[in-house]
Design a protein around this ligand. Sequence first.
Ligand SMILES: NC(=O)c1ccc[n+]([C@@H]2O[C@H](COP(=O)([O-])OP(=O)(O)OC[C@H]3O[C@@H](n4cnc5c(N)ncnc54)[C@H](OP(=O)(O)O)[C@@H]3O)[C@@H](O)[C@H]2O)c1
Length: 330
Amino acid sequence: MSELSPLLTKAVRVRETGGPEVLKVEEIAVPAPKPGEALIRQTAIGLNYIDTYFRSGLYKTELPFVPGSEGAGVVEALGEGVTGLAVGDRVAYAGGPLGAYAERRVIPADRLVKVPDGVSDDVAAAIMLKGLTAHYLLFKTFPVRAGTVILFHAAAGGVGSIAGQWAHRLGAVTIGTVGSAAKVDAARRNGYAYVIDTSREDFVARINEITDGRGVDVAYDSIGRDTFPATLDTLRPRGMWVTFGQSSGALPPIDSQILSQKGSLFMTRPTLFHYIADRRELEEAAAALFEAVGSGLVEIAVDTYPLDHAADAHRDLQARRTTGSVVLKP
Ligand SMILES: NC(=O)c1ccc[n+]([C@@H]2O[C@H](COP(=O)([O-])OP(=O)(O)OC[C@H]3O[C@@H](n4cnc5c(N)ncnc54)[C@H](OP(=O)(O)O)[C@@H]3O)[C@@H](O)[C@H]2O)c1
């Protein structure tokens, strides 16, 4: 590629942080892949709640930037020294440098995994970040087994829809919450045996009833501010509180005494990127996920928006209007 004719691509760029309106469609130059990198043409881009944290400025990054941490497509060129990949391979990724909201992008090749034939690009882009998150939450953060009683907030959402089906298949007793009556059926289809509509019911009282006062073994909470500290009251003594997101806003500073007062609880604040930083762990988790989805164990509902309408997708995600996974189409 000569310097005079850089490859241009359509991308959504943020020049200043703020509301969804700061997501602007632009043409930007794509650099040639450096050693260890791959140039990919993306056919599907995953929408994630974390994209809204970067867009709003809650999470910091240098301006201007192209948001996005999840996508799928085809390898178009490889930098020097890349092994195990060829031009034309179908690939997908979660994490790595931001920059998914674009038709073409360059990415470290060791973040890419090959997508098996039985999994479409849209599904791959819908599951890499959310499905690998469901995987580590259920298999690594807390080993969910037959009979484990779990609470999962946002049971009709992207991560919640995958986690519920998978936990159900593992034989767990699944309790999910949703924020409106309209999402109850979706959560049921996602494998939640008990679905609590928090717009009508007090989830702590209801879980107390469901578990005969025992409490859940593990509570997965991605809602943050609005479900704290009530979620701690759903746990059995020595249960685990997994606070892994903040869809309703950041948590206040936490006094560790609260864990003792609520029953010698365990707390973790995990992030996917620490569970897949190691290439071997990434490959194992992706293989398990593709197997679960390819075999139909976990079914994926995908809603699509044109990449040009990324701002609408952000509005809908933050207004709690989406269910399942959303994919942006370049
Ligand atoms: N730590 C990690 O490794 C990791 C990885 C992936 C995702 N996450 C986190 O997991 C969460 C889910 O991500 P996702 O992309 O799958 O999103 P999502 O669950 O599809 O969307 C968020 C859901 O949160 C619920 N919610 C409750 N209060 C809300 C409020 N005040 N504003 C907006 N939503 C509210 C809504 O469901 P109801 O209307 O049913 O309540 C909404 O649909 C996010 O917090 C994300 O940051 C963390």
